[in-house]
Design a protein. Structure first.
Length: 628
């Protein structure tokens, strides 16, 4: 009897230990305080009907936690949302919160959200004010094409930022009693001092040519101070890097300086001797000085213009310098120009500035308005998401009046939507809002449009193509690209509908490790020596199953965020290949990512005039020829 009782006791203890161990093993992941107070904002378990056959997201990656950033609650507060009939620009907005709450967020996410909350509040206030005004349609245009400043003014405002091909021209005379002058492009001024997006600093040779003149370009931020200065001429190792195909420093200026550098000290001594003997030193015996574009007392015309990759300066008709955009300091942020130092200004002219469409005068508004997608149960064949920026009004109108008029788009087989972050300028945001209401093809993003946040737009396009307007294929492109929609559709008929990446595919590329490069990637961001296959960002197509995998993966926080959006797509597709099915990488060289070639499917870097020209050629000549 005692033996039997002891056996039961031992078995009971063993069962208790087994149950306790199982309970410990199955304890749920510890929640952050944000997750605890927002229990309904995350659903990581999907029903079988939502899970594609064979798909299984990786579970071995430790998920980033959720955080609550300054301004996030305001952006997603339902009381701050517009009425239903005005809410079409915000269809993807509400599904972005989890993406923006990740602790492993992209660079500038916190700042982009905080500034977006301010911009959103200002926009709502402006909308309310204009609803109450009876004269809204007679209001003077906020975004003007040009601004002129006279009477030796040393500063003026840029109303709606700068865009590609915008330019600032200064006509002035350097004053001989000072060492030089500065032309600065500055950002919005708030509580903190305004960032300097470009400082163009000219140092003159002095009255007696006692020093070598040069041009120094740099940036300044409240957070980090001055950046790395770039001088022209530079006597260090030659820099062969180009910006938009233009040299960073004029070869003629640099060449003459280098040639005469060895004798410059002797030339300066000779100039001093001439001065002491009463001789005239204004004859510029030093060729290096006479070759410099700025001289004391001599009138000059300097134009600084906006390119794709950076700022470019032309003085008296000759290209002198180029300066690549720095991270976080982009031309759309410019809100003013300041001139400092020894300069007598004759006039300053800003032109090529962004101007919104005059909706009150638009005669073709109805025929350009996005067609209604009435039958939501029927999938679109293709959703095209276009990256755009708030003040790129003219680019969007060029697309609406060109390839967005293809029959497949007008009939609703293909839908085109612009994905645009908020601007820091309230006038730009209001014009953008009016445009969105008029054409019904704009999707606003709940963050300010910084370059490092482009990947968030890619995910938003996937959200729209799977959850809002379900489509068989999803395409991403840019607002400076011309897309032959008819040829895209014809090509897709020969492609698989599962596991597809179609575009100009890069199969062997490596991360950029140069810290001064726009596409610099640290080893912490990507430790591997090469990237998985990816398609160049100006235009590529993915199948619906990949888009669903991406949306689900980011919802579950099991996919990596990466700041280069096209490479990020390649990284996510590599995970799809590991956990779902094989991928068909369909490379097509007719997707031109840097210009246009005959027989193109997609032509990139096309300004609005060229986009309209390409469309006219297609209509009249029925062949894909390029425009000069």
């Amino acid at each position: 009897m005692k033996k039997w009782t002891g056996g039961v006791l031992i078995i009971g203890l063993a069962c208790i230990l087994l149950v306790s161990y199982s309970f410990i093993q199955k304890q749920p992941e510890k929640q952050s305080s944000y997750e605890f107070f927002h229990p309904n904002q995350e659903h990581t378990n999907f029903s079988n009907s939502e899970q594609p056959k064979g798909e299984k997201l990786q579970t071995f990656v430790k998920r980033p936690r959720l955080v609550n950033l300054d301004g996030l609650n305001y952006l997603f507060n339902s009381t701050h949302m517009p009425k239903e009939e005005e809410g079409k620009p915000l269809l993807a907005w509400g599904q972005m919160r989890l993406l923006l709450s990740r602790s492993d967020s992209l660079p500038m996410t916190a700042q982009g959200i905080k500034e977006a909350a301010v911009a959103w509040k200002e926009l709502q206030s402006t909308i309310d004010e204009n609803r109450a005004s009876k004269f809204v349609h007679n209001k003077e245009r906020n975004c003007s094409f040009s601004v002129i400043s006279m009477n030796n003014a040393t500063s003026f405002s840029i109303p709606c930022g700068l865009i590609e091909d915008s330019s600032i021209t200064v006509i002035a005379i350097p004053k001989g009693n000072q060492d030089g002058f500065q032309i600065e492009f500055v950002g919005l001024e708030g509580k903190e001092e305004a960032d300097v997006i470009l400082s163009y600093n000219v140092v003159l040779s002095g009255n007696n040519f006692t020093k070598e003149p040069f041009i120094a370009q740099n940036t300044w931020t409240y957070e980090f101070g001055w950046g790395k200065e770039e001088r022209c001429p530079s006597h260090g190792s030659p820099n062969n890097a180009k910006v938009d195909g233009l040299v960073k420093c004029n070869e003629q200026l640099m060449g003459s300086s280098l040639e005469e550098n060895s004798t410059s000290k002797q030339l300066i001594v000779n100039n001093k001797n001439k001065s002491s003997n009463g001789s005239d030193v204004s004859g510029h015996d030093n060729h290096m000085v006479s070759n410099f574009p700025f001289l004391d007392g001599s009138l000059f015309t300097a134009t600084i213009w906006v390119g794709v990759e950076g700022f470019h300066a032309t003085v008296n008709g000759r290209h002198e310098t180029s300066f690549a955009y720095r991270e976080k300091l982009e031309p759309w942020l410019v809100s003013g120009v300041r001139v400092k130092g020894g300069l007598h200004i004759i006039s300053t002219l800003a032109k090529g500035l962004p101007v919104s469409e005059n909706l009150d005068m638009a005669i073709d508004l109805e025929e350009l308005k996005a067609p209604l997608i009435s039958n939501k149960s029927k999938r679109l064949l293709l959703l095209i998401g276009v990256f755009s920026s708030g003040n790129n009004f003219e680019r969007r109108m060029a697309l609406r009046r060109s390839w967005m008029k293809y029959e497949a788009v007008r009939s609703g087989v293909v839908a085109v939507r612009f994905f645009i972050g908020l601007h820091k300028n309230k006038e730009v945001n209001f014009e953008l809002w009016r445009e969105a209401q008029a054409y019904q093809d704009v999707q606003l993003m709940p963050f300010v449009d910084y370059y490092s946040l482009l990947t968030l737009k890619t995910i938003a396009i996937c959200i729209m193509g799977t959850k809002i307007f379900p489509a068989k294929y999803i395409m991403k492109t840019d607002d400076d690209a011309f897309v032959r929609v008819d040829e895209i559709l014809a090509s897709l008929k020969t492609k698989t509908s599962d596991g597809l990446l179609y575009g100009q595919v890069s199969l062997d590329s490596k991360p950029q490790r140069d810290k001064d490069n726009k596409w610099y990637i640290s080893t912490e961001e990507w430790p591997h020596e090469s990237y998985p296959p990816w398609a160049h960002g100006p235009g590529y197509v993915i199948s619906r199953d990949i888009a669903k995998f991406i949306v689900r993966g980011h919802h579950e926080r099991s996919l990596k965020l990466f700041k280069l959006e096209d490479v990020a797509m390649g990284i996510w597709i590599e995970e799809f290949k590991k956990h779902v099915r094989e991928v068909q990488y369909e490379n097509d060289e007719r997707f031109y990512n840097a210009g246009c070639e005959p027989n193109y499917i997609l032509a990139h870097y096309q300004n609005p005039r060229m986009v309209l020209c390409l469309w006219e050629k297609m209509q009249k000549e029925h062949k894909p020829d390029c425009c000069d």
